[in-house]
Design a binder for this molecule. Structure first.
Ligand code: PXG
Length: 457
């Protein structure tokens, strides 16, 4: 069957008539039209008018190996012919799922050698919640049930993942915050550090976890959940004093540590996992996105030997999804991991592209009059827009400064995300230095245009 073709106006009209966009105000389309993306190759996508756009977000932080990779296409084709579907419920297994478990066990740090498969990061985090509460029940400590997350943390959109996350707007919609979920401050020194030095602030932000544990009682707390670098919250990389303190506190009170690797995993920070970049030794690691570079939906929860031992005493693990360990998704994930290894993408990010990206951001973007801070790690960047560089004062929210900048980027041929009053980027790991230059040039031009919109010269 040939692919469906229509003209852009028709695509847009049909989409607006029948489709509710995630995280979008439907009224937006009263005056604007959706971007219809029709094909992609490497680090670029093309819209339905044939316009080439640099994808500074790797889709939604996921297309780590870039678009159009034949190895992944072939793997899915082969697997569909051989075994398009079988499940892993009850006592069944399939070769791609078995092989993926083995390969992941080699990659994951420490004794995180056991896996449960899901289809999305949200489901992985729901699995974490059910698995961890079950773990404590089997351990004879059923009162340990509260999860502590962080403000601006993002762990997905199911009701439970929404509760785990610290996004106020998500909690407010439909009263989605469940009981048993608490949040402590996010470690953003530039925004919250006041007069403290960065390292001092890192310790203070970690102390907020200990304070919360003492307030609620360690005997009631199941786990602390955090992204190594907060992604959807605006790319917040913590001070280097933060994670060691968090690790110490979790150990001291026997609270499980969950590193949500959905964005940071599979090379984004120049390591296989963000936990390695920060020396974190988690008990559980939900992962998704870069696991298959987004070519097919698949996610997993890695968990420790200690947890495995306990779960083995816990009877039936009453949890699972029809498509857990889907053989085609697993085959694609295997091909994706092999490609990351064969092309040395982790080393390339670590040694070449991430340092270059950071240098360019610091040398030219940080100097722009609208920019207060550039932050991030690896190929993750956050650019804080400010009204006043000296006082760190922000614009009024209704000036929609980041959305303006985002729209200028798109007009200029670059996809970046606006988060609050920050611009964020998370390009494919195959991005070249020339493409980084392209990204920086369009971003600078867009910052100039945004300043002009605001009457700042
Ligand atoms: N954990 C983290 C750290 C994430 O970033 C999820 C869990 C949920 O994964 P699923 O596969 O259920 O979406 C995410 C997802 C954005 C944006 O632009 C971020 C995500 C998803 C969509 C948009 O900020 N992160």
């Amino acid at each position: 069957m040939p692919s469906i073709t229509r003209n852009t106006k028709d695509w847009q009209a049909i989409d607006v008539a029948h489709h509710l966009h995630p995280f979008t105000d439907p009224k937006y389309f009263d005056s604007k039209a959706p971007l219809v993306v029709t094909r992609a190759q490497g680090s670029h996508v093309w819209d339905s008018d044939g316009r080439k756009i640099l994808d500074g977000m790797a889709g939604l932080w996921c297309v780590n190996v870039g678009y159009g990779r034949q190895e992944l296409i072939d793997a899915s084709h082969r697997q569909m012919q051989e075994l398009a579907y079988y499940n892993v419920f009850f006592q069944s297994a399939t070769p791609p799922q078995i092989e993926l478990s083995r390969v992941l066990a080699e990659l994951t740090p420490g004794d995180l050698n056991h896996f449960f498969f899901t289809n999305s990061g949200s489901e992985a985090n729901d699995t974490v919640i059910r698995m961890v509460r079950h773990f404590w029940e089997v351990e004879g400590k059923p009162e340990k049930h509260i999860f502590i997350g962080r403000t601006l943390g993002y762990h997905g959109s199911t009701v439970a993942a929404t509760s785990l996350g610290g996004m106020q707007n998500m909690h407010d919609m439909g009263k989605s915050l469940l009981p048993g979920f608490e949040h402590v401050m996010h470690p953003h020194w530039y925004a919250l550090g006041g007069d403290l030095g960065e390292e001092e602030f890192g310790v203070k932000a970690a102390q907020a976890l200990e304070d919360k544990i003492l307030e609620l009682g360690a005997g009631n707390i199941a786990a602390f959940v955090a992204e190594p670098v907060q992604g959807a919250g605006g790319v917040i990389d913590p001070p280097k004093t933060y994670w060691p303190e968090i690790q110490r506190i979790c150990r001291k009170y026997d609270i499980l540590l969950v590193a949500d690797e959905v964005i940071c995993g599979f090379g984004r920070l120049g390591h296989w996992f963000g936990s390695e970049a920060y020396g974190i030794e988690p008990d559980l690691m939900p992962m998704a996105k870069g696991l298959s570079s987004g070519y097919l939906p698949i996610a997993a929860v890695a968990y420790s030997a200690r947890m495995h031992k306990t779960l083995q005493r816990g009877g039936v693990f009453s949890h699972g999804y029809t498509y857990s360990g889907h053989p085609v998704s697993c085959a694609v994930a295997l091909a994706n991991i092999q490609l990351i290894k064969d092309e040395g993408l982790i080393e390339k990010v670590h040694n070449e592209t991430a340092p270059y990206f950071r240098q360019r951001l610091e040398d030219v973007v940080a100097e722009h009059r609208l920019v207060g801070e550039v932050r991030g790690a690896g190929l993750l960047a956050g650019v804080q827009l400010v009204k006043d560089k000296q006082t760190r004062a922000l614009f009024n929210a209704d000036q929609n400064v980041a959305m303006k900048c985002r729209d200028h980027c798109l007009d200029g041929g670059l996809i970046m995300r606006a988060v609050g009053q920050s611009m964020v980027a998370s390009p494919p790991l195959i991005i070249t230095k020339d493409e980084i230059d392209e990204l920086i040039a369009i971003l600078l031009e867009s910052l100039d245009r945004t300043a002009a919109d605001l009457g700042i010269v």
